[in-house]
Write a protein of this length. Structure first.
Length: 376
């Protein structure tokens, strides 16, 4: 069985990364793209040498096995359901749904049709985060009882050309950035049992300072700061703070506190970074490894080398389809993350603990050999 054909629905900013990075992987081939704005599809198609099609044409195309849903979060469910109804596997940008009911409906359709549903983020498959996973599995810092997780900044209106949806229901730092952080915590520690939270919004309106809409005001309709505690089934209690009301802070991204030491984990918005570990109070160099999904292959906006392997989760799902194994960015895993995020928001509204309804298995560890197997 050769490569699986991939089509993209939604030709906005993020589609460029998928098109550019897909050739790094051996199980997938980008073949077509579609958008309700045909000009956007045609521009993307011309840049990357694929077909520009209408959404219906793409869903009916015989050479498309997997559709990547890159529409805005509010339409993820509707588009993914259409993909499944058309008999194709679907891989969605995060969050793949905005509530449990929609996720369960997609699961039912997929199960009935024998199809796969996958979802970003896949950054937890990166070399840094899989090293952290290996250290935890090897009991390097002992039983983890607590930790902290911070993702805080001033917002999206400074750089995004159309930031409105970030501040509408379905947006906000919990649903937009939370998937990266909570996915990584779940793959490291296992499923979450319950949460409590307090939330707020820093202002009623945001002023866009990016082009082409500089100076426009947009109404804020979702919390922009949430402080929560996640209690995991393994007993760990993690303080998680997510905000778009913070200009500067000095918190590290993730710290996990074990009986034998501490693990410092870099930003799970990215694949690479430095893992630092102490045992007792002494700093110990975490054993380095040449994980292929941690090797810098790109640059950030400041010209700093970074590891960027977006499409790793998509490629893993394609390979899993071909070999009949579970894929790591699975519906079960992603739905649990959605459950945790929406429960944080609900707890902030209702001022009470929320028991998490779903559970999941930790995604299978992705070692060096397995990661090499994903790459072309």
């Amino acid at each position: 069985m050769g490569k699986l054909g991939v089509g993209v629905i939604g030709c906005g900013n993020i589609s460029i990364a998928y098109m550019r990075l897909a050739p790094l992987f051996n199980a997938i081939e980008m073949r077509a793209c579609a958008d309700i704005n045909m000009a956007s599809a045609e521009n993307l198609a011309a840049e990357f040498g694929v077909r520009a099609e209408t959404v219906n044409e793409l869903l009916q195309a015989d050479d498309i096995d997997i559709v990547v849903n890159l529409t805005i979060p509010a339409t993820h469910f509707e588009v993914s359901r259409k993909v499944l109804d058309a008999g194709k596997h679907v891989y969605s940008e995060k969050p793949f749904v905005l509530n449990l009911e929609d996720g369960k409906e997609l699961a039912n359709i997929a199960n009935q049709k024998g199809l796969r549903v996958g979802s970003a983020p896949d950054t937890f498959l990166g070399g840094a985060h899989q090293l952290a996973r290996r250290l935890i599995d090897e009991d390097a810092i002992g039983h983890i009882s607590s930790g902290t997780c911070f993702v805080q900044g001033p917002g999206m209106e400074m750089w995004h050309p159309n930031p409105d949806f970030f501040f509408q229901p379905g947006g906000g730092p919990i649903l937009d950035l939370g998937p990266y952080y909570i996915s990584n915590l779940v793959q490291l520690l296992g499923p979450v049992a319950r949460v409590c939270a307090m939330s707020s919004q820093g202002s009623d309106y945001r002023t866009i300072t990016s082009e082409p809409r500089f100076g426009e005001k947009i109404k804020v309709e979702t919390p922009t700061t949430s402080h929560s505690i996640l209690q995991f089934h393994n007993g760990a209690q993690i303080t998680y703070c997510a905000s778009w009301d913070v200009w500067e802070h000095s918190h590290t991204n993730i710290e996990l506190y074990g009986q034998k030491g501490t693990l410092h984990i870099p930003d799970p918005n990215f694949f690479g970074g430095e893992i630092r570990m102490t045992q007792k109070s002494a700093f110990v160099n975490a054993e380095g490894w040449k994980h292929p999904l941690g090797i810098p292959n790109d640059e950030d906006g400041k010209g700093t080398p970074i590891a960027n392997y977006r499409c790793a989760g998509l490629a893993d799902m394609a390979q899993a389809i071909k070999t009949d194994r579970d894929h790591r960015c699975s519906l079960e895993f992603s739905l649990h993350v959605v459950d945790v995020m929406t429960s944080i928001l609900r707890s902030g509204e209702e001022q009470k603990f929320i028991e998490i309804e779903t559970t999941c298995n930790r995604p299978e560890f992705l070692g060096v050999q397995e990661a090499n197997g994903l790459l072309a």
